[in-house]
Each structure stands twice: as C-alpha cells, then as structure tokens.
Ligand binder design. Structure first.
Ligand SMILES: Cc1ncc(C[n+]2csc(CCOP(=O)(O)OP(=O)(O)O)c2C)c(N)n1
Length: 508
C-alpha cells in the first residue's frame, strides 16, 4: 500500500485509538493536518504550543490514554518543551509529535532547523528524530508504548517534513504494537511483611496514582490492609495544604513504603521522616490480592492518619470576608465546593497562593493540579481538556490572576470547541506567592515589583466569546457561579480576593 509519511502518522494514531490530537499548525506538519482529514482524526487547534501539551497532559491523567500533541518544528517545538516538564513530573502519558526540518536539508541552514530531540530530552522519558520512512510507523508505535509503559511520562518524536510528505510502499503497525508493555505489579512479600509488623505504617504513592483510578486502587489496598495510602503530587510536598497535618504523620511513622514516589525535595530528601523510620522504595504498585492473603493487625492508626489529613482549622467554618469585600479565599472555596458534588466533577487548581487555598478548601472526584513540577499557567488548557475527557462533568478551574495571563487565549479554543468549564480567578492584583516570599525573606520595605493591575479578566474572557462574571462581595458569588455554570459555554468568574499567604496547618 502506498502511503505518505503523514498518512502513516495519522492512520497510526487512529489505529492506536487516539480520540483527539491537540495541535498547532505550521509548515512542517500541514501534511499531517491533511492526512487527519481522511482518518477523521479530530484536531483541537490551540493558540500556543505549550497549551497543546498541557491539554494532552490533562487528557492523559484523566483518561489513562496517551495524550497526543502535534506542533510545528523549531520555535513551535521550543514553545511546547516547557509543558513536557509538567507532564514528566506528573507522570502523565503524553506523546509530543513535532514537525522538523527536512532530513535532506539538515546542516545546510534549513528553515527552523533546530536540535529538537536534544532540546526535549531532559523533559521526557525519551526523545528522538525519525531517520527513515521505513521506521516511521514503528517509531510512532514505540513512542506510544513508551509513554504508557512502567512509570508513565512524555515521549517526543521529531518528524522531518520530507519524510512526512513523500510516499512509500509501507505497512502500518498493528493495534497491539501501540499497547504498553505489561507492567509487573505487586509488592515483594518482605515489604508486605514489614508493613504488617509495623505499628505506624504508611504507603506513599507518587503522582501516577493520583488519578481517580489510582486512588480507587489505593483505597482498596488501604481497606484490606489498614495501611494508610497517601498520594503526594504537590510541589508543596509535606506542606501540601490538601493533606492537612501530613508533616506530623510522616514524622511519627515507623515503616514507610514509597511506591513510585521519589525521596526528593517534596519529602525533604527523607528528612520528613524520623531517623529510626524504615523507608522502603519500590516501583511496583500495591496489589490488594496478595495483600489480602496476610492477616493485618487492627489499630486506630489509619483513623488517626485520615483525621490528620482531613484537618482544617476550626475557625474556617465561621470565617467571613470583610463586609464589602475583598473575599477571603476560604469563602470562595466553600461556594465552589457546592458545584462539585457530581461523581465525575473535576477540580483544576493552579497558580501560587490562590491555587493552594483552592486545594485546601475544595475536593472533587477528579483533580488536575500543576503537580510536582510547580509550573504555573496550565489551568485553562487543563480545564478545556478535562471537559473533552469527561464531557458530562462539571469542570471548575481555580487559578490566580497572574496565572490567568499565561494561556488566556485558550478561552478562544474552549469557545470554538464548545467546552463549557468555569474558571474562577482569584484576583489579588499580585503575583502573591512571590510577594509572600519577599515579605518572609526580605521584609515589608523590600517587597517590590510584584503588583499586577486589578484587571477585569471576566471582560477578557467575554471578548473571546465566553461568559464573564465580576465578583467583589460575597453575596455576589453564589449567583455569579450559578450563572456561569448555567451559561452552557466557557465562563470566567473574576473574584476580587484578599492578598493572603497560603494556609499552613498547626494543631491548636
Ligand atoms: C512557569 C512558572 N513561572 C513562574 C513561577 C513562579 N511562581 C510561582 S507562583 C507565582 C505567582 C502566581 O501568581 P498568581 O497566579 O496571581 O497567584 P497568587 O500567588 O497571586 O495567588 C509565580 C510567579 C512558576 N512556578 N512557574
């Protein structure tokens, strides 16, 4: 069968079961745009290449399928690279396909020629340039397999435009060729034995288990063993405000299994545990079947841990914003929580201090946060992809005003695509997380340069065709959120909030 290289890519993606390709056009990949027409592969055309990767990332986290991004070569590819780092730290299965200068012109000063694979490599599980038409199909299948095999993560493939545009007598990889390699699950018997003998055992999982499916698996393990299982996926590590008094729990644990969780800065490189705590690192997942064969001691430890993680200051219940505004972030969280009751609801949280308040005050069955990478800006692409992945769900993104600026043009993508989410912008006219660092580290007189304008982001959103709401006082919030949810299209609720440091928890 004679096919263009671009057809091999488009048909290969379709055969792999790819439901959407998050793309930004450019000379090097127009042949793939053309080929996508014949395979009916839907392209979600975004406004910045990083947003394409962020959307593929959220898709990967929420569906467990490989999220595919397609961008052009050179600067288009370079724009996409920073978003790979977020996907890498979140252990999200992503494939970035970037067009590339033609092989026949390399080294001669080709248009947008760049060492693309080398540039992407540090932010990927693997990155390479396709070298021949014969290997194109297998390269694609290998990239898709690698993204999902073992610990998931992003894989990059550069596609020289001459290989895409020429025709070959070539076969396509089979469906099975795209499937991930079988993962060895289960935990060695001696690790289960160490947990069973411990008085205060913990299982700490890495971000790959932060999905709804991963959390269900951990819950099964916890129900069967009574060993508390905790996912750590926040850049604030032991101070993750979504995990209450986690630091206290870690400090008294006697056996900790790190399941696919690195002993990195989020665990203070191990200093979060007491010196006599036994810490075991393992890559396998907890397997409740083999765990079920053991007898597990009864104790109150797992309840103690659950209540520590759920700890929030008692005064939050009665906390009120100043009359006439601005709003306290706890009150914003309280109202947003009411929207997220559905079984498929999604919370996206991003940005500095407001993102932390969001995670401390709001829970949802699905959660997409900026993750261990701690990179801000992805909220709006995340929210759009979440609505595509779970079309029947309520999707709420809570983000800071600085963060809004990174990808606000993706509101256009959401409006064009009919993707109805609600973005709640905590507007304190400041890059507050960094402002708080200045206050803490250098003192009030040396705080400078971090103010933003109290911009009407609701009007920015409205200009892109979304629904806009502006909230300055508490009594305006609930009706504004209700109108935003009811708008049936992307909506932005711009809320004037107090400029507060993120919450940290102490007992008493
Ligand atoms: C890509 C990237 N750039 C810069 C930073 C540093 N940073 C972290 S939080 C923050 C401020 C965020 O401001 P905003 O979104 O308004 O939220 P706020 O802290 O005000 O609630 C900055 C600049 C980062 N983490 N990631």
């Amino acid at each position: 069968m004679t096919l263009r290289g671009a057809d091999i890519v488009a048909r290969g993606l379709a055969r792999a079961g790819t439901r959407y390709v998050f793309a930004l056009s450019g000379n090097h990949v127009m042949s793939v745009f053309d080929a996508a027409l014949d395979t009916k592969l839907p392209l979600v055309h975004v406004r910045h290449e990083a947003a394409a990767v962020h959307m593929a990332d959220a898709w990967g986290r929420l569906t467990g399928e490989v999220g595919v991004a397609l961008v052009t070569g050179g600067p288009g590819h370079a724009n996409a690279v920073s978003a790979l780092y977020t996907a890498l730290a979140a252990e999200s299965p992503v494939v970035l396909l970037s067009g590339h200068a033609p092989i026949s012109e390399l080294g001669k000063g080709a248009f947008q020629e760049m060492a693309q694979a080398e540039m992407a490599a540090p932010a990927c599980k693997a990155a390479w340039t396709v070298r021949s038409a014969q290997s194109l199909g297998e390269d694609l299948a290998r990239a898709m397999r690698m993204a999902k095999s073992g610990r998931p993560g992003p894989v990059h493939l550069s596609l020289p435009s001459d290989l895409l545009e020429a025709s070959y007598d070539a076969g396509l990889p089979q469906k099975e060729d795209f499937l991930p390699e079988a993962v060895v699950t289960g935990m060695p018997e001696e690790i289960l034995a160490a947990l069973a003998k411990a008085e205060k055992p913990l299982l700490i999982a890495g971000p790959a288990l932060g999905s709804a499916r991963g959390r269900a698996l951990l819950q099964q393990f916890e129900e069967c063993t009574r060993v508390p299982a905790i996912v750590m996926e926040s850049p604030r590590g032991v101070n993750d405000p979504g995990l209450g008094l986690l630091a206290e729990v870690l400090a008294v644990a006697d056996v900790v299994v790190l399941a696919g969780k690195r002993r990195d800065f989020t665990l203070r490189f191990g200093a979060a545990f007491s010196s006599d705590c036994k810490v075991i690192e393992v890559d396998g997942l907890p397997d409740s079947l083999s765990a079920r064969q053991k007898s597990w001691p009864k104790s109150s430890w797992s309840e103690e841990v659950r209540s520590a993680l759920a700890f929030r200051p008692a005064q939050w219940k009665s906390l009120a914003s100043k009359p006439g505004g601005p709003l306290h972030p706890v009150e914003v969280g309280r109202e947003v929580q009411k929207l997220l009751a559905g079984s498929e609801a999604v919370l996206v949280a991003d940005g500095g201090e407001f993102g932390q308040w969001a995670q401390a005050t709001v829970t949802a069955p699905h959660r997409v946060i900026n993750g261990v990478a701690g990179s801000i800006g992805a909220a709006l692409p995340f929210a759009a992809a979440a609505k595509l992945a779970l079309p029947g769900s309520t999707v709420v993104a809570m983000l800071g005003d600085g963060t809004f600026g990174f990808h606000c043009s993706e509101i256009d993508t959401a409006v064009r695509g009919g993707l109805a989410y609600v973005a709640v912008v905590g507007n304190d006219a400041c890059w507050n997380a960094e402002y708080q660092i200045q206050l803490r580290s250098y003192g009030v007189p040396r705080a400078h340069g971090l103010d933003l304008l109290p911009t009407r982001y609701d009007q920015v959103a409205a200009a892109f065709g979304a629904h806009g709401e502006h909230v300055e006082r508490l009594e305006q919030l609930a009706p504004a959120l209700a109108r935003a949810v009811g708008a049936g299209r992307a909506a932005c609720v711009n809320v004037t909030i107090e400029r507060l440091p993120a919450p940290t928890f102490r007992r008493g």
